[in-house]
Design a protein around this ligand. Sequence first.
Ligand SMILES: N[C@@H](CCC(=O)N[C@@H](CS)C(=O)NCC(=O)O)C(=O)O
Length: 149
Amino acid sequence: MKFYFSPGACSQSIHIALREAGIDFEGINVNLQTHKLANGEDYDAIWPRGYVPLVEFDDGSRHTEAASLLQYIGDLDPQRALIPPAGSAERLAVLEWLTLVSTELHKTFSPWLWQAQTAESTKVACRAKFATRFTELDRALAGREYLTS
Ligand SMILES: N[C@@H](CCC(=O)N[C@@H](CS)C(=O)NCC(=O)O)C(=O)O
């Protein structure tokens, strides 16, 4: 399995999950500034969406989307209990948070929102959304280390 990642980006979550699951992989570092690999290859030519994480299985199939990959990896070895069983209320809670992070939080951080030419009104609206979302997260994490048990 090949795993395209960039240190400190959202692909970090997949990196952690792969290691926790004990899965062997070939890690390929993508420079997100240049969209190049260490060997000079153009990442956009490999994966036209141009973002990480990207997982390529040995059969050549390619998969993205952190929330989906995390579920998939979590399910690979139920003994490790990395994710609650499908159909349980606990599983629903994990999926809910993963989806919220990828849709409500992650994309509000997207670089295009913070470029110089982005309208100030857009930035103000995004900051207000952050404040609401992070207040909710703070409340959910009050007195506990993790969002779900
Ligand atoms: N929908 C994707 C988004 C992944 C994403 O936005 N990755 C960022 C790093 S955190 C990236 O590679 N950005 C570079 C780019 O879009 O050019 C997911 O949820 O996994």
